[in-house]
Every structure is written in C-alpha cells, then in structure tokens.
Ligand binder design. Structure first.
Ligand SMILES: NC(=[NH2+])NCCC[C@H](N)C(=O)O
Ligand SMILES: [Mn+2]
Ligand SMILES: [Mn+2]
Length: 305
C-alpha cells in the first residue's frame, strides 16, 4: 500500500493575508487522514516543519538584500528544509504530501521532488506564480514560486530556488485566470503550457487534465501536483487570500483530480503533491479545508462507487 507522508508547512511569509499558516491544522482537522484511508492509502503524519513566527520579523528592516521579495530569507530557510524532507520521503519510498501554508512552499517541494529526478509539474491555480522579484507587483513570494524554480531572469536573488531538472516544457497550468501584465509577457515568452479557464469552458476539465498529464509526463520521471485552493471558484472555496471569480466548480475540481487518479492507477506517474493557500481566518466553517481534504483524497483514488 502506498504510504503517504503528510508534511505540514505552517508558513505565511509568501502571502499578503495573514492566517494561511493555520492551513495545515485546518486540513488535518477536516479529516484528511480518514479521507486518505478511505482512498486506500496509508497516511503517516510527519507533523509540521518548523517555521519562525512572522511577528518577530520586520519584513523590511532585517533584510537589506531581499530586494522586492518579502521575507526572502525566512522562505529560503523553510524551503531548503522542506526540500530535504520531500527528498527523504521519496528515498524512503513514501509519497510526500505537503500541506500549506502559502504557495511559496512549492519552491521547497519541487526542489525536493526534483533532486534525484527530472519532473513535470501540474499547477492547479487561478494564478501563474511565474513572477520574479523584478516583475512582481506585490513582492509576495507566493506569486514567484515557478519563476524562481525555473531560474528566470530577474530571480538572481533566489538562486537557491532554481531546480535545473524542472523545465518549462514539462509544466502545465490548469485553470489560469489572473495574470499580472509583466507576468503575462513572461508566460507568452516561455515554453510552459497554459490551460486557462477558457480552455476548460471549451473542452471540459477532463480532457484538459489529460493533456496536462501528457505534457508533464513526457520525458520525465514523474509528476509533482500543486493544488492552490484559489483554483476553485470562491463560492466553493472562500477561505483563500487571493480569490478570483470564475474558477472551477466543486464538481469540476473533483473530476480533475479523479482524472489524475485514474491515470495514476494505470501507471504510477504522480510522485509528490502540495495543497496550499487554505486560510482558516477567511474561511466559512472550515469548508475550504474540508474541500482540500476531499480533493486530495480524490487524487489518491476515492470514488463515488
Ligand atoms: N499563490 C498565489 N495565491 N499567488 C497569488 C499571486 C498574485 C499576484 N500575481 C502576485 O504576484 O502578487
Ligand atoms: Mn498559487
Ligand atoms: Mn493562486
């Protein structure tokens, strides 16, 4: 049986809205382990990674070299340790499931997953998170995760984040609908595959996810899934810091992750996953965290029948 090692990362340094650091507890409280057992895998909770408290830090004063990237040193410390944890889980034959926390933690999970392998990435998100400190309008590192991992120009201050075994050709976005102006240019100039909400409208989510899987598996050793809960429509997932109207519905989200699971059933392709941006302070009765737990179980094979 697949052992799923749950790694909590209670980090909010990469986001503007406080509270996303409580995401890992909220997702656990929503019943993640039980859901995973029902999906037929064996969850083992490794607890939370140590994350320093933001209250003790002044985002500007302490880091003269951070440029336009808030809390860069703290994020580096967390992501470097997370990468080690993810790589260790894989070496020990477990599947690393990372709970966030804000999306900057994906720098750590991708680096860990890509340490001894060439990986593809499927990014379920309203946003591309392709900014660099040079292009970011906000300075929030959760909007820069892929820009940094790809080592894009302008991300020199984040050289530690660059993962050479993750290449643009093997990355597929699913459900994009909110890009910054300079980020849109970066995306157009890149070899990343982007399926927007318009593609989902046109073709249906199942066919889009199948194509995303084709992109991410072609020439790679496996796939990292990154699930940002703001991928969903805010009506289904209100507990996120950067909501954008017009996201996927509850049903479409399940269909997408079930498509991943059925492909994985035939051939083990997914090697690591993160579930991020659940903000319990902004949530309504923990429904976004519950959804995060359910969707994760769908990715591991929970079926209606
Ligand atoms: N992981 C996220 N929720 N990212 C939101 C990013 C928003 C915006 N594009 C920025 O860079 O600031
Ligand atoms: Mn994101
Ligand atoms: Mn997002």
């Amino acid at each position: 049986m697949t052992i799923v090692r749950i790694i909590g990362v209670p980090m909010d340094f990469g986001a503007n809205r406080r509270g996303v650091d409580m995401g890992p507890s909220a997702i656990r409280y929503a019943g993640l382990s039980d859901e995973l057992e029902r999906a037929g895998v064996e969850p083992v909770d490794a607890g939370d990674l140590f994350v320093p408290r933001a209250e003790e830090r002044d985002p500007d004063a302490s880091q003269p070299d951070r440029g336009n990237a808030k809390f860069l040193r703290e994020i580096e410390s967390v992501c470097t340790r997370l990468a080690d944890e993810v790589a260790a889980a894989l070496t020990e034959g477990a599947f690393p499931l990372v709970l966030g926390g804000d999306h900057s933690l994906a720098i750590g999970s991708m680096n860990g997953s890509a340490r001894d392998a060439t990986i593809g990435v499927i990014w379920f998100d309203a946003h591309a998170d392709l900014n660099t400190p040079q292009t970011s309008p906000s300075g929030n590192v959760h909007g820069m995760s892929l820009g940094a991992v790809l080592g894009r120009e302008g991300a020199e201050s984040m050289a530690w984040a660059h993962a050479p075994t993750v290449s643009e050709e093997s990355i597929a976005y699913v459900g994009l609908r909110s890009l910054d102006d300079r980020e849109r240019e970066l995306l157009r100039d890149s070899d990343v595959t982007a399926f927007t909400m318009a593609d989902i409208d046109d073709r249906g989510v199942t066919s889009v996810v199948e194509e995303a899987l084709a992109v991410a598996t072609d020439g790679t050793d496996g796939v990292h899934l990154s699930l940002d809960l703001d991928w969903l429509d805010p009506r289904a997932a209100p507990g996120v810091g950067t909501p954008v109207r017009g996201g996927v519905t509850y049903r479409e989200a399940h269909a997408a992750l079930e498509t991943i699971a059925s492909r994985n059933d035939r051939e083990d392709v997914v090697r690591s996953m993160d579930v991020v941006e659940v903000n319990p302070i902004l949530d309504e009765r923990n429904e976004t965290a519950s959804l995060a737990a359910e969707l994760t179980a769908s990715a591991f094979g929970t079926r209606i029948l």
